[in-house]
Design a protein around this ligand. Structure first.
Ligand code: HEC
Ligand code: HEC
Ligand code: HEC
Length: 134
């Protein structure tokens, strides 16, 4: 006999069976990175902020660093004025790595995840402190 209840039960079981591998995998598939902000310099900040908004930094830091490099090395310009009006030195080691001194837990946690390999560290070895490229 035609039994809607039974058909629905079978359908539900069927859908569960098909999707089980996907459902069971949720949370297991490579976790998105959680860049650590746990450094002494950031700990000391009154306002836990980057040089620009978090959203801007997330999307634009490669371009920003590329511009800085160009301006600092080729044009001898060393000061960056952020959108809030604060002045910052255009430098990888004397700027970014002063706060983000935990390079591997911060920068590289994202880069490894997205398979970006930074050759910057060949010369700017942040582990040696400011100005190591000199
Ligand atoms: C082959 C070595 C080398 C590599 C690789 C390299 N740099 Fe540099 N970089 C230098 C040197 C040398 C200077 C000049 C340092 C100075 O005058 O204080 C410099 C200066 C800079 C500056 C401006 C001044 C400063 O002290 O930071 C920035 C910003 C910069 N590099 C960013 C980068 C970024 C970003 C990368 C990777 C995409 C990179 N560099 C890769 C050698 C290198
Ligand atoms: C004065 C300390 C300081 C300096 C200098 C600094 N940062 Fe930050 N950065 C922070 C803090 C604090 C946060 C977290 C901001 C928030 O949560 O709103 C952050 C956030 C970020 C983020 C976003 C991380 C995320 O989870 O999405 C990126 C990317 C970043 N910084 C890159 C850089 C780069 C590249 C430089 C150098 C050009 C730099 N920062 C310089 C303190 C700093
Ligand atoms: C929230 C994640 C995240 C954090 C934190 C982060 N990056 Fe990145 N970074 C990326 C992604 C994603 C790319 C690739 C972007 C693209 O190709 O457009 C990238 C690209 C770059 C590039 C350009 C590389 C290339 O070869 O084009 C540089 C330079 C760079 N990051 C420097 C840094 C530095 C220095 C820090 C730490 C101070 C840092 N990033 C922290 C996600 C991050």
């Amino acid at each position: 006999m035609y039994n809607p209840g039974k058909i629905i039960t079978i359908l539900v079981l069927f859908v569960l069976l098909i999707t089980a591998p996907i459902l069971l995998n949720i949370g297991k598939a490579s976790e998105p990175p959680a860049p650590s902000l746990d450094t002494a310099a950031i700990e000391q900040l009154d306002e836990k902020q980057c040089i620009e908004s978090k959203e801007f930094m997330r999307t634009h830091h490669p371009q920003l660093l590329s511009d800085w490099r160009q301006q600092a090395v080729r044009e001898g310009e060393t000061e960056y004025i952020s959108s809030s009006g604060a002045a910052w030195e255009m430098s990888l080691e004397n700027n970014c790595l002063q706060c983000h001194s935990n390079r591997s837990e911060f920068c590289d946690s994202c880069h490894t995840y997205t398979a970006v390999e930074l050759y910057c560290w060949d010369c700017h070895d942040g582990t040696k402190g400011a100005g190591a490229a000199k």
